[in-house]
Write a protein that binds this ligand. Structure first.
Ligand code: NPQ
Ligand code: MG
Length: 370
């Protein structure tokens, strides 16, 4: 295909409740959307970067800048664009994986819509619905946490993930375990809030029978995760550290991670995400699909990815109403703790362009060749 124009939309999505993690508290999701017009049709992509560089080094304005000044020109200059060629096309730009992933998603969406193929089929899905988990933020009190968790249990979620940080860890986790009973799937995510000195402290989580502990240490600190994995019974799962298939294989070989969280935005797109899935599967490492508070656009594509055979644990692929009263596409609704994998061409969902316009934080930016 030939890319004719790229429009960048900054949209403010009010969250149904504040979402607090070890790195901050969000009340509104500021999201960058990419709308591509090509000679074969249109495509949409969603960028997972946050408003500030508080979670990752990438953030909305940084992504918009690198797309406008560095990535879009590469796309416009290419006579024939195919999603499968983008890693090579974007190689002159180092890093900036979330920005690259947003464009890859839009190219894939346009390409697959034009050929009548769904994301799920193209990526290699083997399921028509996926098991869903939910990520629960840090709460003002344990009582409020228990109320929120009970709501998600009642909604049917098949796995609960609690955000933890120093001062909010084994006590709330133990109380939620008591609420859920011994057989419920429960895991925790520290978002890099601990250090190697906390290993003895973290080992107290072993009493709570967790599925896994996600990313307790710095994203660049694979070594401390190796030490932790040897010291505790709870499986260690890396998220922020896994930025490429090479790092994934290295972390697995070194014993730093026995389960992997795959987020397409973090690794540069859906095709790199499939490569990590394949590498993990070949090594017997279970994977699950992470979440970045996506709107229906990113959610649709994540649900398709989560239908691949190696995704054997429930993902953070929650229903739309976990985060948003109204979604930018038709809503994803939980059915018996599962979401249906979209079957239509491309992402299979329709973007509500009137909402994109209404919730736009500034006028859309149209990019064309020169
Ligand atoms: C995680 N997601 O698994 C992330 C963290 C996260 C669902 O827990 C704005 C930008 C808000 C990035 C909130 C979940 C975010 C964000 C949470 C990332 O680590
Ligand atoms: Mg995480």
């Amino acid at each position: 295909m030939k890319v004719e124009s790229i429009t960048l939309h900054r949209v403010g999505m009010p969250l149904v409740r504040p979402f607090e993690t070890s790195f901050g508290r969000e009340t509104e999701r500021v999201v960058l959307l990419v709308h591509l017009v090509t000679d074969v049709g249109e495509g949409w992509g969603e960028c997972v970067a946050g408003k500030t560089p508080g979670y990752s080094s990438e953030y909305v304005e940084g992504c918009a800048h690198v797309i406008e000044h560095h990535l879009a020109p590469l796309l416009f200059r290419a006579p024939h664009v195919r999603a499968a060629d983008l890693e090579r096309l974007f190689a002159p730009v180092v890093g900036h994986r979330m920005a690259k992933a947003a464009l890859e998603a839009a190219v894939l969406d346009a390409e697959l819509r034009a050929s009548g193929i769904s994301f799920a089929h193209y990526l290699g899905a083997v399921r028509t619905e996926v098991d869903c988990g939910v990520s629960v933020g840090i709460s003002p009190s344990i009582d409020e946490l228990l109320t929120e968790v009970q709501g998600y249990v009642d909604a049917g979620y098949r796995r609960i993930k609690l955000k933890i940080k120093p001062g909010w860890d084994f006590e709330p986790v133990r109380r939620v375990r008591d609420l859920l009973g011994p057989d419920a799937a429960l895991q925790v995510d520290a978002n890099t809030a601990y250090t190697r000195e906390d290993i003895a402290h973290l080992s107290r989580l072993d009493d709570s029978g967790l599925l896994l502990i996600e990313q307790p240490f710095d994203e660049e600190d694979i070594a401390s995760h190796v030490v932790l994995a040897q010291a505790i019974e709870t499986p260690v799962c890396l998220d922020e550290s896994i930025v490429s298939v090479g790092v994934a294989i290295d972390a697995i070989d070194r014993g730093a991670t026995s389960i992997v969280n795959i987020k397409p935005g973090r690794v540069g797109g859906y095709l790199p995400a499939v490569a990590i899935h394949d590498a993990c599967r070949a090594r017997g490492i279970p994977v699950w699909c992470g979440g970045m508070l996506e709107t229906g656009i990113g959610r649709a594509m994540n649900v398709a990815l989560a239908a691949l055979p190696g995704f054997t644990l429930p993902g953070d692929t929650s229903a739309s109403d976990r985060y948003y009263a109204e979604d930018l596409t038709e809503p994803f609704v939980l059915d018996d703790g599962r979401l249906a994998v979209p079957t239509g061409p491309g992402s299979g969902v329709t973007v509500r362009t009137e909402l994109v316009r209404e919730w736009g934080l500034q006028p859309p930016v149209l990019l064309t060749e020169r």
